[in-house]
Design a binder for this molecule. Structure first.
Ligand code: FAD
Length: 508
């Protein structure tokens, strides 16, 4: 028995979130991306009446949307950091419509920007200039669901949480989960190779996506929509599109392997003394909890201070230098609970952890998870925040936060870190009173070089998008970048698919 631990009673007063759709923030004024970042427009044609006529004939007026106010939500990102100036948003419903649109744009040298739920955090989904936005908003049909194999096939615009709700009826679940699940689309998830909260347990989308249907820049439909778990017939083309952020093709359909939904879940929220103890607890959790361990998240004390200041969310266990959120999920309540209790008892006796609570009822589990999931909501209440999503070897996971605290000195309000510890994925934030390009230039490329020196990756799960593209050469050797460019030319010779993204748009 685990004596010293409190069961999660009604001590937390956070609101339980039922829907996870993200709210957009409209008070912060955003300058045009092309001006802030001084980007040179590439030589694409501008939208003309004859183009508008074609799109309206194909889709009708309601699915070829124009007008500044109608386009606002497609031109700006969730956090109001970036702003494009597209004059038209196209909303196809079928693969064939996407194919007609791309074939026409390719013939007429018109640049396009694929957009899903517009929750991306590196600006890949936003036009930089006047690129035509092609939204998957109306491509939201589930095509088939085989509850024997656990394979779902759906259109790219299905919202992640909606797919999960449908799967739940069959005792299945989506193998990925993220804070933006109520807004992001599966096509956007595939195109960013989204990671999220359960990657530790289920792996990434390169493993879970069985097949894709993709439309190439010239409108050709590429059918790689296999639903088989094993299919070694030649090159595995689907992998080129997973994580290519809309630069190689437009994803129209996804076939995904979905695991059984766990019958029983526990969540522990723990306080620790230092990062060394965090690592010891994580190692012990892997050893003791084994197959039922489904998520391990870490939050530092500055992050907790931040959400207290911005969102009035407090730690339910008092103040500690670091907090861990550990989730178990499995099929046998008494077995899982016993394993968790034994682990917690050992961790407490060894002084790896100092305090904690455990929840096993859904409402209380959601309440604990919302501490972690609500952190990004606070970003919208800052003057500005620079977000860095990085991978680091575990021994250096928090070195970067300490380094950046020293490096920033008085230039920032706060430097704080949290993230998916289980995958070595840190989210480091630098809070500012207001956006300053000079300060951003002070931080970058310094931070990316430091990450590289520590043996990490400058993008763990959000991708390169627009914001990180100029730094690709820090992340990858020239030979790899050349091959990426060659692939881009092969798939999209005119470069109309999501220009200024992934590949460097500026040479330093
Ligand atoms: C609160 C919050 C929490 C988040 N948590 C996580 C997290 O835990 N893990 C994580 O990985 N990310 C996270 N993100 C980032 C974001 O949600 C993911 O990157 C998500 O996968 C983007 O999906 P989307 O549909 O919104 O795509 P968008 O933002 O619309 O697009 C993202 C990129 O994909 C391209 N794209 C979109 N649809 C298509 C398509 N059909 N074909 C080709 N290209 C396409 C776009 O051009 C763009 O480059 C979070 C974001 C927020 C706001």
């Amino acid at each position: 028995m685990f004596f010293n631990f409190r069961k999660c009673v009604n001590i937390i007063t956070l609101t339980v979130r039922k829907s996870h759709s993200i709210k957009r923030f409209t008070h912060r004024k955003t300058d045009l991306t092309k001006v802030t970042y001084n980007v040179q427009r590439q030589n694409f044609n501008e939208l003309q009446q004859k183009h508008i006529d074609f799109f309206r004939k194909l889709l009708g007026e309601h699915r070829a949307v124009m007008g500044v106010s109608n386009l606002e939500k497609y031109n700006e990102d969730w956090i109001n950091n970036l702003k494009g100036s597209s004059a038209i948003v196209l909303k196809p419903k079928s693969t064939e419509e996407v194919s007609h649109i791309l074939s026409f744009c390719n013939d007429n040298n018109l640049a396009v920007c694929p957009q899903g739920g517009n929750t991306g955090l590196v600006g890949g989904q936003l036009p930089v200039f006047d690129e035509i936005v092609i939204s998957t908003e109306l491509m939201n049909e589930i095509i088939s669901l085989d509850d024997n194999s656990g394979v779902v096939v759906c259109q790219a615009g299905c919202v992640l949480e909606s797919i999960d709700n449908i799967l739940a009826e069959k005792g299945l679940m989506v193998p990925l989960d993220l804070g933006a699940k109520g807004s992001c689309h599966i096509g956007g998830n595939v195109s960013t190779n989204a990671g999220g909260l359960r990657l530790l347990r289920y792996g990434n989308l390169h493993g879970n996506v069985l097949g894709l249907e993709v439309v190439k820049a010239n409108g050709e439909i590429l059918d790689c929509l296999s639903t088989l778990k094993k299919d070694n017939t030649g090159y595995h083309l689907k992998h080129l599109f997973i994580g290519s952020e809309g630069t190689l093709g437009f994803v129209t359909k996804v076939a995904m392997q979905c695991p059984p939904r766990s019958k029983h879940t526990n969540v522990a929220f723990l306080g620790t003394q230092n990062f060394g103890k965090v690592l010891k607890t994580f190692k012990k959790a892997k050893q003791d909890l084994g197959e039922i361990l489904s998520a391990v998240e870490v939050i530092d004390s500055s992050t907790m201070e931040f959400i207290d200041e911005k969102l009035n969310i407090k730690s339910p266990i008092g103040e500690y230098p670091f907090y861990l959120l550990i989730e178990t999920s499995g099929s046998n309540e008494s077995h899982d609970t016993e394993k968790l209790n034994t682990f917690l008892e050992t961790a407490l006796n060894k002084h790896f952890i100092l305090n904690g609570i455990v929840a096993s009822e859904p409402a209380k589990i959601n309440t604990i998870w919302s501490i972690r999931e609500k952190i990004p909501e606070g970003f919208k209440l800052c003057g500005a925040v620079f977000c860095y999503d990085v991978s680091l070897p575990l021994e250096h996971y928090f070195t970067l936060v300490d380094d950046m605290n020293i490096y920033m000195g008085n230039l920032s309000e706060k430097v704080f870190g949290f993230g998916h510890l289980g995958d070595g994925n840190l989210h480091l934030q630098i809070e500012m009173k207001e956006f300053s390009k000079e300060v951003k230039d002070h931080i970058e490329p310094y931070i990316f070089k430091r990450i590289k020196d520590l043996g990490g990756s400058i993008s763990a799960e959000h991708g390169m998008g627009f914001l990180k593209a100029p730094y690709l050469d820090i992340a990858r050797p020239q030979s790899a970048i050349k091959l990426m460019r060659d692939l881009k030319i092969l798939f999209d010779p005119k470069g109309i698919l999501n220009p200024y993204k992934v590949l460097p748009w500026r040479i330093f």
